[in-house]
Design a protein around this ligand. Structure first.
Ligand code: ADE
Length: 243
């Protein structure tokens, strides 16, 4: 896969691309990245890339001409072009998987109040929101999406980890522990030291259901409720009534 990022702040993107697993995966040739400075395509002598909105209002809007030239320079018209925006389609695990099938993704990082609508109409295939809140950096939103997508690519993280994640699909994760067995007076749950695989699996599922009921009960509506989960839900309900 190739990931191209158009931005006014290449250093934010490079800081991430050049670190940790992403850098390793890139060096191994599993992903190819390109960062394009939008300002290099500004046409006036001040190299300005933003302007006041027509119709008035607060903030500045990214001008269409530099963005269009930057997009044309990477042949974006034939590619999947992502524009992260709070008014986009919500990003989730299924959407990450869908984007992961593309050969190439081009990201436009907005700043200020956003980008000229005509760029969206002409080039953007995916307007994506990373959540119901507003952040000031389109770069950070783009990196969230890039991270969610590239880790699903073949050979980036272990198949086992991905499988575990997909098993936990719809439920929140169970808690993790590592050595030492006692830390600040807190013990690792006994069952995890037992070596009994079946009991460990059951305990983990119990913790997943418990946490989901407590923090994200809305998720349960989409979960495939197996008999085991139904039993756990029953036990939790009985325990709740007995409190
Ligand atoms: N830019 C600013 N806030 C955003 C959000 N919630 N999602 C995507 N892009 C954004």
């Amino acid at each position: 896969m190739k990931v191209t990022v158009l931005t006014l702040f290449p250093e934010i993107i490079s800081g991430y691309l050049d670190a940790s697993i992403m850098a390793k995966v890139r060096d191994e040739g599993k992903i190819n990245t390109e960062v394009v400075q939008i300002r290099d395509f500004a046409q006036d002598r001040h190299r300005s890339c933003d302007d006041a909105p027509y119709g008035g209002g607060a903030g500045m809007v990214l001008k269409p001409e530099p963005l269009a030239l930057a997009l044309d320079s990477v042949d974006a018209s034939s590619k999947r072009v992502v524009y992260p925006t709070p008014s986009g389609r919500p990003f989730d695990q299924d959407y990450a998987g869908e984007l992961g099938k593309a050969d190439e993704l081009v990201f436009i990082c907005g700043r200020y109040e956003g980008i000229d609508q005509r760029i969206i109409d002409e080039y953007v295939t995916d307007e994506i929101s990373i959540g119901d809140y507003v952040i000031s950096s389109g770069e950070i939103a783009a990196l969230v999406i890039i991270d969610g997508v590239y880790r699903l690519l073949e050979g980036v993280i272990s198949r086992e980890s991905l499988e575990e994640e997909s098993f936990s699909r719809g439920l929140l994760e169970y808690p993790h522990y590592t050595r030492p067995a006692q830390f600040h007076g807190r013990d690792v749950p006994e069952v995890l030291l037992s070596g009994h695989h079946g009991e460990i699996q059951r305990w983990r599922l119990l913790k997943q259901v418990e946490k989901t009921v407590k923090i994200r009960p809305d998720l349960l509506e989409q979960v495939d409720i197996t008999e085991e989960i139904r039993n756990i839900l029953g036990e939790l309900e009985t325990a709740r009534k007995g409190e």
